[in-house]
Ligand binder design. Structure first.
Ligand code: FEO
Length: 168
């Protein structure tokens, strides 16, 4: 059993992951609307990863006989729909999620909830990868500085992203 504080925080994290999924789905649509199917694919894969993250926490709460309280998901707000703007938004969002995971882990420790503390290790490593993935594309976009040929090549590369088996 979780403490009520940990249970509430895990439920909040399910919401954060579902909100992330919804944000990435909006980004996939924004990229597609600009004729960038590869960028759209990347965001769509990320959307699916976020659903998997939410599902992992959902299953963990239930496995420990906890209660699920699903919360509202807000309409995504995307201010800058340029390829660089979308990825900067993604990176900022992933940094926010990393902080959520760290705070959740700190809470689990302060509540002596060892099972949750260990469970969250996977998310800590995953966040390192999530931030690095977004940063890699930002670096590439900065390198081509809006050049259309460069953008075409990046789009083609991003079209190849698939769901990672170890994540799924
Ligand atoms: Fe589930 Fe991208 O954090």
């Amino acid at each position: 059993m979780h403490s009520s504080k940990v249970e509430a925080a895990l439920n909040k994290q399910i919401n954060e992951e579902l909100q992330s999924a919804y944000n990435y789905l909006a980004m996939a649509a924004a990229a597609d609307a600009q004729g960038l199917p590869g960028f759209s694919n990347w965001f769509k894969m990320q959307y699916q990863e976020e659903l998997i993250h939410a599902d992992k926490i959902f299953n963990f709460v239930l496995e420990r006989d906890g209660k699920i309280e699903l919360q509202s998901i807000a309409q995504p707000e995307i201010k800058d729909v340029t390829p660089l703007g979308l990825f900067e938004n993604a990176l900022a969002h992933e940094r926010h999620i990393s902080n959520c995971i760290f705070e959740l882990k700190d809470l689990a420790r302060s509540e002596s909830d060892h099972a949750t503390d260990v469970f969250l290790e996977w998310f800590v490593s995953e966040q390192v990868e999530e931030e690095a993935n977004a940063r890699t594309v930002i670096d590439q976009l900065n390198m081509v500085e809006g050049n259309r040929n460069g953008l075409f090549l990046i789009d083609r590369e991003l079209a190849g992203r698939k769901l990672e088996e170890e994540t799924a």
